[in-house]
Design a protein. Structure first.
Length: 244
């Protein structure tokens, strides 16, 4: 059979070698086509779809949102500081009466719900008037601060120390029965006796009388405080009788 020409023609596309470019960390592109830039996303919107004016507006809104978020965080921090300041005694680093009564109500409910025992200490400083009369009110304020700091240093983080007024304090001992509360009161008294306050080089021995009341279901804060106060007063009278 005769053949015309030089045989079947070869398709240059079928035999051409395709060389892949080295991986340079960027997406390869085909010859003859422009590389496409990855779209920039602004808050879920493709920036390429926005006009210049819209892009400017969106960026401004995002900056305002960030500013407002920071201002809100600052406001929350200031509010927390204000709430803590409102709960603190005006002179001492302990709860004031209002905040203490609130926490006492909460502990009464908690103890009743979970059937655990918690106790209340009612504390009255002995002969505090003599400190004010003999050394002045500056010395009296120093004694109150020393006593409150002594109490705070000797109770647990779950307990609460409050000043009810004047030289009267109260302590909520969570998950503590009558005997445990009595033991804690004795420890507080012994610690204060071993570490008395000092004013202008003079030692100011100060002690306190206390009453213990174990919280019961159905109590309210004022009733619990009244019963602990009665127990404290009985102990103070007994101490005076023994001293005579």
């Amino acid at each position: 059979m005769m053949q015309f020409g030089n045989g079947p023609k070869k398709n240059p596309r079928m035999n051409a070698k395709v060389t892949e470019p080295a991986d340079s960390g960027t997406q390869s592109t085909r010859p003859g086509k422009m590389a496409r830039r990855a779209p920039r996303i602004i808050s879920g919107v493709d920036e390429a779809e926005l006009t210049p004016a819209m892009r400017k507006l969106v960026r401004r809104l995002l900056a305002d949102i960030e500013k407002f978020r920071n201002e809100a965080e600052d406001l929350r921090a200031r509010l927390k500081e204000a709430e803590e300041a409102a709960d603190r005694d005006s002179l001492l680093p302990v709860l004031n009466r209002r905040a203490f009564v609130r926490e006492l109500s909460r502990v009464i409910s908690f103890s009743a719900r979970y059937r655990v025992q918690s106790s209340l200490l009612y504390i009255d400083l002995n002969d505090f008037k003599h400190v004010n009369d003999g050394f002045g009110h500056a010395a009296g304020d120093l004694v109150l601060r020393h006593v409150s700091e002594s109490f705070l240093g000797q109770v647990r983080a779950s307990d609460y120390v409050g000043r009810l007024g004047g030289d009267e304090f109260a302590i909520i001992l969570t998950q503590a029965d009558q005997d445990q509360a009595q033991t804690k009161a004795q420890q507080l008294s012994a610690h204060l006796a071993a570490h008395p306050p000092r004013f202008e080089g003079a030692v100011l021995p100060i002690g306190f009388s206390w009453g213990v009341y174990c919280l019961e279901k159905g109590d309210n804060p004022e009733t619990a405080l009244a019963r602990a106060d009665e127990a404290m007063y009985a102990a103070k009278v007994s101490r005076r009788d023994e001293a005579q």
